[in-house]
Design a protein around this ligand. Structure first.
Ligand code: OMP
Length: 279
């Protein structure tokens, strides 16, 4: 095994910077002619995995879409994760977990230990109970050679009220999170490698980093950028928004890819189009 940052760099070099989002919303299932139940989730998830394998390096299942169907939905999530891993895809679980340290330890064990049902390559986490509460997850990531994506500057406009708030030193909340993540990646950065502790910076909001003096390059964190396609960001706006940090960016697209419908050729064509646009 190698660190998550190294596996991600390898995926970038092989397949480019696209992350295929697996978000089986009720509308998607209905458009695909599938029932809004565990069978529909399984069919949708497995088709996206099949279309992504060998064409994209990374998939990101949206846990909420599976959780919505209770135990049966979570069983399907475990199956989709296992199928994606055996197809050679890196899997980021988008569960946005965050709690006091002792509880965070349990979340980290559930999502980052590869022996567990939901063991994935990386997990999205929330630092809004204080960055230090994420420490057990940072430790688990090191132990299991997994990764984290810490919310910093999210793609939704409402996020800015909290994330761009300034403290008495004039520092933004997002800026502090970014600096804490950079410090967690210091060892990898010293070796010129991509870190395993990443940030979530929206494709739609990336330009706000530079405008607010936030340095996304320090510590080489991978940057998960949702917002491409369905939320309005384009390949061009993302490149200019991230500027010098573009090489670290993993661009997620969920609904825009799933809009192809259930046929493999349509999904493949949307994945390949997104990959080409992002090159
Ligand atoms: O953590 C995320 O992935 C995330 C963070 C963020 O700031 N904005 C955001 O849209 N997301 C997720 O990224 C996906 C975006 O989906 P589409 O807008 O359909 O491409 C959804 O699963 C969101 O929950």
């Amino acid at each position: 095994m190698t660190t998550f940052g190294t596996r991600l760099e390898h995926a970038f070099n092989t397949f480019g910077q696209l992350c295929v989002g697996i978000d089986p919303h009720p509308d998607v299932l209905s458009d695909w002619g599938l029932p809004d139940d565990a069978r529909g989730l399984r069919e949708c998830g497995m088709r996206v995995v099949e279309a992504s394998a060998g064409r994209a390096g990374i998939v990101k299942p949206q846990v909420a879409c599976f959780e919505r169907h209770g135990v049966a939905g979570l069983q399907v999530l475990a199956e989709v994760i296992a199928a994606a891993k055996s197809a050679g895809l890196l899997v980021i679980a988008d569960a946005k977990r965050g709690d006091i340290g002792s509880t965070m330890e349990a979340y980290a064990e559930a999502w980052l230990n590869p022996q567990r049902d939901f063991g994935v390559d990386a997990l999205t986490v929330s630092p809004f109970l204080g960055f230090a509460t994420l420490q057990p997850a940072v430790q688990a990531a090191a132990q299991y050679e997994a990764g984290l994506f810490v919310l910093a500057l999210t793609s939704n406009a409402e996020g800015q009220q909290v994330q761009l708030a300034r403290d008495e030193d004039g520092q933004t909340v997002a800026g502090r999170i970014v600096r804490s993540v950079a410090a967690s990646n210091a060892a990898a950065a010293d070796q010129g490698k991509m870190g395993s502790i990443g940030l979530v910076v929206g494709a739609t909001t990336a330009h706000l980093a530079e405008q607010n003096g936030i340095d996304l390059v320090a510590g080489s964190p991978p940057l998960l950028a949702p917002g491409y396609g369905a939320q309005g960001a384009t390949a061009q706006s993302i490149r200019s928004g991230f500027g010098a940090a573009w090489g670290q960016v993993l661009v997620n697209s969920s609904r825009a890819i799933l809009a192809a419908g259930p046929e493999t050729h349509g999904l493949v064509s949307n994945i390949e189009q997104a990959r080409t646009d992002l090159q």
